[in-house]
Design a protein around this ligand. Structure first.
Ligand code: DGJ
Length: 566
């Protein structure tokens, strides 16, 4: 007869065995938890996929590329070759629901299978009621029935080429189609986790006017600002945008009143834009909420940015742009991220505009090919992930010929992928910095408390990279077109010597040195790191992107200053 203790022991064993077999059977089925947002030790928000955080080293396809499997056939290989781990691709309402309640998910199904076979993740872009401020992707049966699906109107009462968000019929129809899509994704993918996020609508907002002038919109505009919005803005007053806070204050900071009374101004139609933002955001909130009940993967919306000196209507009024971030946050708590389509000339400051109120940086579109920029993607990738703790960086039109066999991007993505365990661990820490050369900059410096890192550019191409302090006396330097030296701030140890300089990469999470750098390739061992570490400076090529660990040895200062000579 077993004793009480031995019975307990046996029961525990059986329980453990059952639990283990349960998890093993899930593993055999390819079980995966849906992707979700998590925080690392430094508070950076990251996307965990199948339980582990990942950087979305991504690219967004041109708008029509994902419309058929045939069109995708020639593209998959190149996406893989570019070392992407994630592809952002559209799913259009007009294609998946050509007739009301008749769905066709064949293309979606094919994309998921193809991506999975290549170990690529997918972020689907839901081109529903709006794309880029108009309604070019709504199905025929929606566009034709202007009674059931009213349009936004201009001041003359004419229809605009955009559906009105003040319309419950549209919300119901869009939401139903979106949920059908998510239910299909769940059915095809919940055991695999290939589809990791969804973008709801695309660059939503109203073009060519600051607000909808239809009868229903006009009557809404005359009503009081909804109390929950003012409550939310009031509670977050010290964190909301200065422009909104000041305008509200200038109007006497009323807690009740019409949109015009509360937010009205004489320039840039702030009240109109806030009004549209609230209604667009509420519309999206309902869709996001309903979608999460079906399949709870994180969702985001993307913004057409506010360009300098533009007024709402020049850009989509009421979109989730930086000016409207606070309104969207109040109205759409089920939207996880407010992403920026960052084509700005001042890329860095545009990133910062979106890194407020806990919003993590996510760049689904970048690099303006149409302005002739065919080279900035690798630099922006390093900068965005390392300096701004971004979840995603994704050049737009990744399947354009500009990126075919594009060695700099391919190599940059390979290196970021290789270093991602370090980047993910350190995002948000002051010991990780990212940088890229602005046109006229000769260099910049980064403060690591007791040590300053000096980054110098000056190659025949623009430099960029990252520096991570991986231990007290070791720095990982990665990128290209850079010379990096270190200065000690430690009292009595203001001189700097260097130990081993190791070029290499991570292998199974551990550093593997592929070459020790010294002499001609490393400023004689007294001047820091050069990347690329070529014999002659003119041998340096833009696609030579690499990683080096350098050991610093602070010592009593000597009278001779290190000189960066070869
Ligand atoms: C921004 C849009 O979001 C994209 O879909 C695309 O149309 C680009 N503009 C144009 O290059």
């Amino acid at each position: 007869m077993p004793t009480v203790n031995s019975r307990k022991y046996i029961m525990n064993f059986v329980k453990r065995f059952a639990l283990l077999s349960f998890f093993m059977s899930l593993a055999l089925q390819g079980f995966s938890v849906p992707a979700k947002l998590v925080k690392n030790d430094y508070g950076a928000t990251q996307l965990a996929v199948n339980g582990a955080p990942m950087l979305l080293i991504a690219g967004e396809l041109m708008n029509s590329s994902a419309s058929t499997k045939e069109s995708m056939q020639e593209r998959w290989q190149n996406l893989e070759a570019l070392n992407l781990n994630t592809v952002l691709m559209s799913v259009t309402w007009q294609q998946i629901e050509p007739k009301e309640n008749v769905y066709d998910f064949s293309v979606v199904e094919s994309h998921i299978k193809e991506a999975r076979a290549r170990n690529l993740k997918i972020v689907f872009l839901w081109f529903g009621s709006w794309k880029n401020g108009v309604s070019g992707y709504a199905p025929d049966w929606v566009l034709r029935d202007t009674k059931r699906f009213a349009r936004i109107k201009n001041a003359k009462g004419e229809n605009r080429p955009a559906l009105s968000p003040f319309n419950k019929n549209l919300l119901d129809a869009d939401k139903k189609a979106y949920c059908a899509l998510l239910s299909k994704i769940k059915q095809l993918d919940e055991n695999f986790g290939t589809v990791i996020m969804v973008q709801i609508q695309n660059e939503i907002g109203l073009l060519d006017d600051s607000r909808d002038r239809s009868e229903i919109a006009e009557s809404e505009f005359k009503k009081d600002v909804p109390a929950p919005l003012l409550k939310n803005l009031s509670e977050n007053f010290s964190d909301i945008s200065k422009e909104i806070a000041e305008q509200w204050q200038n109007n006497g900071k009323p807690l009740k009143g019409s949109w015009q009374t509360v937010f009205g101004n004489t320039s840039k139609n702030l009240a109109d834009e806030i009004f549209m933002a609230w209604h667009f955001a509420k519309f999206v909130e309902e869709i996001a909420q309903a979608g999460k009940k079906v399949y709870p993967i994180p969702v985001f919306v993307n913004a057409w940015i506010v360009w300098p000196n533009q007024a709402p209507g020049n850009y989509p009024s009421g979109g989730p742009n930086a000016r409207m971030l606070d309104i969207w946050k109040a109205a759409a708590p089920s939207v996880d991220i407010f992403a920026v389509d960052n084509y700005a000339d001042s890329y860095k400051s545009k990133c910062l505009e979106y890194m407020r109120r806990g919003n993590p940086l996510f760049v689904p579109e970048a690099v303006a090919l149409w302005k002739g920029d065919k080279t900035s993607a690798p630099a922006k990738a390093f900068y965005t992930f390392a300096q701004n703790s971004a979840i995603c960086f994704s050049p737009f039109a990744i399947d354009h010929s500009a990126y075919k066999d594009n060695l700099p991007l391919k190599n940059a993505y390979a290196l970021i992928k290789n270093l991602s365990p370090i980047i993910l661990k350190m995002q948000g820490s002051k010991d990780l910095v990212g940088f890229m050369q602005d046109s006229d900059k000769g260099g910049e410096s980064f403060d690591f408390k007791d040590v300053i890192a000096h980054v110098n550019y000056g190659y025949q191409f623009k430099g960029y990279g990252l520096i991570a302090r991986i231990s007290q006396d070791e720095f990982l330097v990665a990128g290209t077109g850079i010379n990096v030296s270190f200065e000690s701030k430690i009292p009595n140890l203001k001189g700097m010597s260097y130990g081993l300089i190791k070029e290499g990469k991570l292998e199974n999470g551990k550093w593997k040195t592929l070459k020790y750098l010294g002499g001609d390739e490393a400023f004689a061992g007294i001047g820091g790191v050069r990347i690329p570490a070529t014999y002659l400076p003119e041998d340096a090529k833009e696609c030579d992107i690499s990683a080096t660990i350098i050991k610093i040895i602070p010592v009593e200062s000597t009278s001779a200053k290190n000189s960066l000579i070869f």
